[in-house]
Design a protein around this ligand. Structure first.
Ligand code: FMN
Length: 384
């Protein structure tokens, strides 16, 4: 019988589905709900020592719908980290561990570029009994104006320094959460791992502008007639999250074997989770999916992942973690392999006929694009 149970950095999870930092882990009431519904672990909403500086506005969300309006495929937020007092959070962390001693609670923390502040927040969260820490180096809006969040996550030198401060004192596993708003996610990931972090979480939201209202000509979400770029999440970002998962997993394999990876970005189904695990993730985190479907959705996701495992005869996540990583290569190598295959087929008369049939509409060069057949030619290039 296949199992979803997994142990990551010494933390035992009943399944790999983790609540990502955000509204689904924003106070004790909802965290308890997440555990009651069976989530594998919870990363709480990001906390800082001084919540009085955190002031949210409304509306703070904007959605991108499919053309028929039936589905939300993208979600922008300009929400800040938690606006609740740090002392309240410490009480809630303690109570949460009293009620759920066996479940994994991870505190997400963010501070300014100040060693004492980082040491204080880490020490106090640990005292409250949290099982792990996630360092938020990735919030793309609001906080970077104060040199926090992604302003730090974009700078590998600062990351190395801050992660080293944290890991000098931390006694529980530490994950560093990466921003996708960089050209090469490997660079900040390498810095965080070199700074002693047990794992990487990726990705946070992608800097975005949801749209412009064509009646008012104001950008969205519109607050007092204005906006500020926000963070994009949900299904639409999954391909970008998968690519970054692959890149970080390759980095971990090559330079930091044994470190962990918690993948985030557009996970809504067990099949989504399977894809992230195939690209090297130990766990998957979900934020917007919970906001769209509710806490009970974890049951469906577990069923979907188990069905995938049963179909392939996998008994545990480690049976297929990172399995698909070997199928990435360079474009030059794709050209070489395809050239070899075509040459082989051309050499065999019967097979050559088959090739002529199956790829008859595929372009041999860009000179063959044609205005009348354009859509069909585009489809053929996706199929062949
Ligand atoms: C409304 C909202 C608030 C968020 N707040 C936080 C936060 O406080 N800390 C953090 O690390 N990430 C935060 N995130 C980012 C999510 O944890 C996650 O990285 C991102 O949304 C991508 O995952 P998803 O597609 O499953 O939502 C927030 C996301 C949303 C949508």
């Amino acid at each position: 019988m296949a199992t979803l149970e997994t142990t990551v950095d010494g933390l035992r999870l009943p399944n790999p589905f983790v609540i990502a930092s955000g509204p689904p882990g924003t106070n004790l009431r909802v965290i308890k709900r997440a555990f009651a519904e069976g989530w594998g672990a919870v990363v709480a909403k990001t906390v800082s020592l001084d919540a009085s500086k955190v002031v949210n506005v409304g509306p703070r969300y904007a959605k991108l719908h499919s053309s028929d309006q039936s589905e939300v495929i993208g979600w922008e937020n300009i929400e800040l980290i938690s606006d609740r007092p740090f002392e309240t959070w410490i009480d809630e962390f303690k109570e949460c561990k009293d009620v759920y001693p066996d479940r994994v609670l991870i505190a997400s923390v963010m501070e300014e570029y100040n060693r004492d502040a980082w040491c204080e927040i880490i020490g106090r969260c640990e005292e409250a009994g949290v099982d792990g820490l996630e360092l938020n180096f990735s919030c793309p809006h609001g906080l970077p104006e104060r040199k926090m969040g992604s302003a730090m996550g974009e700078d590998p030198e600062i990351l190395l320094e801050v992660c080293s401060w944290v890991n000098e004192i931390a006694t529980v596993p530490v994950w560093a959460k990466m921003t996708p708003n960089v050209t090469r996610v490997e660079d900040p990931s390498r810095a965080a791992l070199a700074g002693g972090c047990e794992g990487i979480s990726a990705i946070n939201t992608i800097r975005s502008v949801m749209g412009v209202d064509l009646e008012t000509l104001r950008p969205l979400p519109t607050v007092e007639g204005y906006t500020t770029p926000g963070g994009y999440s949900s299904r639409a970002i999954k391909p970008i999250a998968l690519r970054m998962t692959m890149e970080i997993a390759q980095l971990i394999r090559a330079e930091f074997p044994g470190r962990s990876l918690s993948a985030i970005g557009g996970v809504e189904t067990g099949e989504d989770a399977a894809q992230f695990v195939l690209l090297g993730a130990d766990t998957v985190q979900v934020c917007t999916g919970v906001m769209k479907f509710g806490y009970h959705h974890v049951g469906k996701m577990c069923d979907g992942l188990l069905a995938f495992m049963d179909k392939h005869g996998f008994e545990s996540l480690s049976d297929f973690r990172g399995r698909s990583l070997e199928f990435f290569t360079t474009h030059a190598e794709l050209v070489r392999m395809q050239g070899e295959r075509k040459a082989r087929q051309a050499a065999e008369k019967e097979a050559a006929a088959a090739v002529a049939g199956s790829v008859k509409t595929m372009l041999a060069s860009d000179g063959e694009w044609d205005g009348d057949d354009f859509v069909q030619q585009s489809e053929d290039l996706a199929a062949n």
